[in-house]
Ligand binder design. Sequence first.
Ligand code: 2IT
Length: 447
Amino acid sequence: MRTQDIMARLQAKYPGEKEYLQAVQEVLESIEDVYNQHPEFEKAKIVERIVEPDRIFTFRVTWIDDRGEVQTNTGYRIQFNSAIGPYKGGLRFHKAVTPSMLKFLGFEQTFKNALTTLPMGGAKGGSDFDPVGKTNDEIMRFCQAFMLELWNCIGPDQDIPAGDVGVGGREIGYLYGMYKKLARQYNTGVLTGKGSTWGGSILRPEATGFGALYFTQHLLEKAGKDIKGKKVALSGFGNVAWGAATKARELGAQVVAISGPDGVCEIPDGITPEMIDYMLDMRASNRNKVEDMAVKFPGLARFIPGKKAWSVPCDIALPCAFQNELSEDDARELKANGCWCCCEVSNMGCQPGAIHFFQHNGILFAPGKAVNAGGVATSGLEMTQNAEHISWDASEVDAKLHFIMKSIHEQCVKFGTRPDGSVDYVKGANIAGFMKVATAMLEQGTI
Ligand code: 2IT
């Protein structure tokens, strides 16, 4: 196969699906050489099949807001690939959600889930519903209306949604309540990220951020460096940024920036536990303003409107917010300010030009599908506990999460080591994930 040919065909077929085409291009470029060493893949047209979702559900979601007005949104569930396990992946509620965005996320999820060592296929879903400014009652009514359509498409051995941007523990609770009412079964394992009193795994809320920091530790260790005392800039202030800030602090790093759509909060002396706790209130308020941190902690945090986290000098950059949030210009600014490592925690957080710049300017870089896989991995651990009707304690879940992140790092090293001994983590993660899914597809025949 030639990446160029496949991309030309996909561009003609799906014009305008920018994020999807970007994600496919990145993976195909990485795997092309290895793929072409396997004529059996070419014969079975694995690459042509793996870039297409198995199926896409699209549905209308109608609900009534607090003023009594009827509102209509669009809901989606994209079941991307089930070669190695049931469909698994989060739900995103965000005003910019499109089929292209969810296709890119479902495609990435397929390879990420393969890296976790657990048997999970790839999926993604969500809606163009905008949680910003919505009340708790409105969120509940929307979740219930969304589940009225979704419930028929999912099941504990079929497709298991979870949270993503705009969907946290509160939303999973409302979604599960309606699912249970419709299905008339207490199918605990149908959603992950549940509350800890009704089947949720301990540490699932922290898992994406904790896992990202465990991965970063392994990457730094391999490069002969240590995270202790280093300055970390991170973007966002949602669930993922919260977990990352917690663990970074615990490991002795200083979190000197968090950010939002309105600007950045610079925190010269490093984030405090009180500030980390306050991130949860900021998320629950649905205001989506990082400035609130500076208002609450005026002596400690300084709000700079319109600026990104990447303008704050740091050693390590951790994008934790949204796709394409870090551009090539941002990468240049980071380097000019002394940054030497970027671990992508958001899905496809870095633009292709930024990744290229990092890789050609001696900056350590690892991609989201490896760095953030601790979230879905802990969802997988939640599924195991649900299937066994038991719950593990924090030390057991944390040890398993640690083991999984170490294994993901090892897979990247195995498939991504360059002749000079350094590691191309993009290539390593893509090849490792692809080989697992492709082999399973081959063994299961032409379906
Ligand atoms: O991007 C992701 O891996 C997630 N949003 C988590 C998905 C999951 O099923 O836990």
